[in-house]
Design a protein around this ligand. Structure first.
Ligand code: FAD
Ligand code: N01
Length: 551
């Protein structure tokens, strides 16, 4: 994992309009918009460069599961026309190149400071300013803070006994070495069967001498059907970007999924299976759009789950192994659905083993490998594909202190509370990009990021126009929103899974469904109505101390 170094860098100002934490796609676009408003802003990131997720997650096989033509910025016609994607689903190196291209094109880096962790952000009620400190000794006062810290940026390592004693190498998928890892000739243990594991296992297995996968919960995975980007397909998007982007913004998940507005429960066989077959053949996450009731109705969901289990049984030759890989503990789609290239087929390889750790968990890391159910497994390398303290981890780990000295970690002890996933009461002028309580991880994140950045930018312009410089949601508005987020989640099957959406992957984390499942289109409309209504539910106070050039 790259450490913060003492790289020489341009000095950090002592006073600024906006501090942005995070230089992923959220922080990059936020900086661009703030410049357009004439506000001064600085971005800090622990990483050594831009890209966020795509800077850190360099594990073999890392790639997007939203089509490249859709997983890209839409705010600049020039950008979306000039960039050429080489694959239908872009791999991590290409997405990182894209992020760097955008940073170059918009000249973003001069207002960014890398290898710098924000360690503290404290709101001073007397001056109504945020005091922000970093691990490089920076101390900066800002009117506004924007947390572009990412929903999946706080990597999570299980605290296995004996971890430090292991003689081989350990890797977390979310902090992969930049120079890559050569697994040739090595015995590799992989812990986890989430999206990161499902992408990396086939690639590691093709290189390593032997791979043992430790599976606690099998996941549903759909083939990606990735391939080189057909020129005509890319051009069709470029010719029609305005209309298609608008359609994506108004959709449920920010992706053109061509949803079938027909319930599975009312569809008789063989038509139902034929529809699943079609979706399976075209591949990707849009499988879940095969019918309109899959996330609402258990009996409908069972038909989709059984279809995928049937595919697993067809692909995996050893019937016992196929049963182990076939998920039965949660409705399909209620844990993030995975997308793969040859994942299940990899289990037909002679050099791949699967160990079920559901009932006999991993007991310890030993100097030579892992001990499970009293049995020792020897490895040269262990890959932790064990996920993230999702949605709240980056925020609660930071040392954010609001009114009355209350920390965000304290406020969110029983689960995250926000108004629209954009702000939380008691923490004035602190905005979150894709915060808990917004659609965020349930969507094409590019669509959600752009929507939040645009909303925050318009809001800051509004504050300047109104000559106020302090904004905070009322507790009543926040309570109503939290209730609404929960109510909508409870109409679905999502809360039935022990997922990271529910905080279930972190011991002691409260079980609360964190993202907003009302759909990005409906959510956008709500945000726009609230803004048009004078930012209803927010309290706006104070004299203007910032100047805004343009709206
Ligand atoms: P991030 O990209 O996570 O950036 C946040 C940045 O904040 C990080 O660089 C981090 O270092 C920095 N940071 C956090 N805390 C601090 C601190 N205290 N001090 C300084 N810096 C800090 N989404 C999709 O829509 N489609 C996909 O196919 C998809 N694939 C994914 C694959 C992987 C492997 C992962 C992990 C996530 C994927 N996502 C996907 C979600 C992805 O996180 C978003 O799409 C998007 O990249 C998030 O951008 P962001 O700027 O909000 O956050
Ligand atoms: O993390 P995860 P991830 N012993 O939390 C297991 C996005 N993403 O990095 O399910 C044994 O999903 C854990 O088991 P269980 C996407 O949003 C997208 O894979 O808790 N096992 C699980 O199997 C995704 O959802 C892509 O029982 C242990 C795994 O580790 C999110 O990022 C690619 C364990 C963690 O899975 C996170 O995905 C990659 C233990 N002690 C990521 N602790 C795309 O395809 C944990 N596990 C676009």
């Amino acid at each position: 994992m790259p450490q913060a170094t003492e790289t020489p860098r341009t000095a950090v100002p002592q006073e600024i309009d906006v501090v942005i934490v995070g230089a992923g796609f959220g922080g990059m676009y936020m900086l661009h918009r703030l410049r357009g408003l004439g506000l001064s802003a600085i971005v800090f990131d622990t990483a050594g460069g831009v890209g966020g997720t795509w800077y850190w997650n360099r594990y073999p096989g890392a790639r997007c599961d939203v089509e490249s033509m859709q997983y890209s910025y839409s705010f600049s016609e020039q950008l979306q026309q000039e960039w050429q994607w080489s694959e239908v689903f872009a791999g991590q190196p290409e997405i990182l190149r894209y992020a760097n291209h955008v940073a170059d094109r918009l000249d973003l880096r001069r207002d960014m400071r890398f290898e710098t962790r924000v360690t503290e952000a404290v709101f001073d009620e007397a001056t109504r300013r945020w005091s922000v400190r970093t691990d490089r000794g920076d101390a900066i006062r800002a009117t506004y803070c924007v947390m572009a810290t990412g929903c999946l940026s706080a990597a999570r390592m299980p605290d296995f006994a004996g971890l430090a004693s292991f003689k081989g190498s350990t890797y977390h998928t979310g902090h992969w070495p930049h120079e890559g890892v050569d697994f040739s000739g090595l015995r590799v243990g992989v812990i986890g069967t989430g999206s990161s594991a499902i992408q990396s296992i086939p690639v590691i297995a093709a290189q390593a001498a032997h791979v043992t996968v430790f599976q606690r919960t099998p996941n549903f995975s759909i083939p990606s059907r990735n391939g080189p980007m057909p020129d005509a397909y890319a051009q069709s998007w470029k010719d029609d970007y305005i209309a298609r982007r608008a359609e994506a913004r108004a959709s449920r998940n920010g992706i053109l999924a061509y949803p079938n507005d027909q319930p599975a429960i009312d569809t008789a066989e063989p038509e139902r299976s034929a529809i699943y077959e079609q979706r399976w053949a075209s591949g990707g996450t849009t499988f879940m759009a095969a019918f309109n009731d899959l996330i609402f109705n258990q009996a409908s969901n069972d038909t989709a789950a059984e279809f995928v289990r049937g595919k697993i049984r067809q692909m995996v030759k050893d019937p016992a192994r196929a049963e182990l890989l076939a998920p039965t503990s949660h409705p399909i789609g209620t844990k993030r659905i995975c997308v793969d290239t040859d994942y299940y087929l990899t289990y037909n390889r002679a050099n791949v083993d699967l160990v079920d750790v559901r009932d006999a968990p991993i007991e310890a890391v030993t100097p030579d490998g892992l001990r499970v159910g009293g049995k020792d497994h020897a490895f040269d390398a262990i890959v932790f594909a064990t996920g993230f303290d999702a949605m709240t981890g980056a925020l609660t780990r930071m040392g954010i202190v609001g009114r009355g000295g209350e920390t965000l970690a304290e406020k969110w002890q029983a689960g995250p509370r926000s108004y629209l996933g954009l702000m939380t009461s008691g923490f004035p002028n602190l905005f979150m990009i894709t915060g808990p309580g917004s659609p965020s991880v349930l969507s094409n994140m590019m669509v959600s990021i752009e929507q939040h950045v645009d909303w925050i930018s318009d809001c800051l312009a509004h504050l300047a126009k109104r000559r106020v410089d302090c904004m905070e949601p009322s507790l009543a508005a926040e309570n109503d929103w939290v209730r609404h987020v929960n109510d909508v989640a409870d109409t679905t099957l999502y809360p039935r899974a022990a997922s990271w959406y529910m905080g279930a992957n972190i011991a002691g984390k409260p079980r609360v469904f964190m993202p907003y499942i009302g759909g990005v289109g409906a959510y956008r409309q709500t945000c726009e109505e609230i803004a048009a209504n004078g930012y209803h539910g927010f309290e706006l106070t104070g004299p203007a101390k910032v100047a805004v050039a343009a709206e």
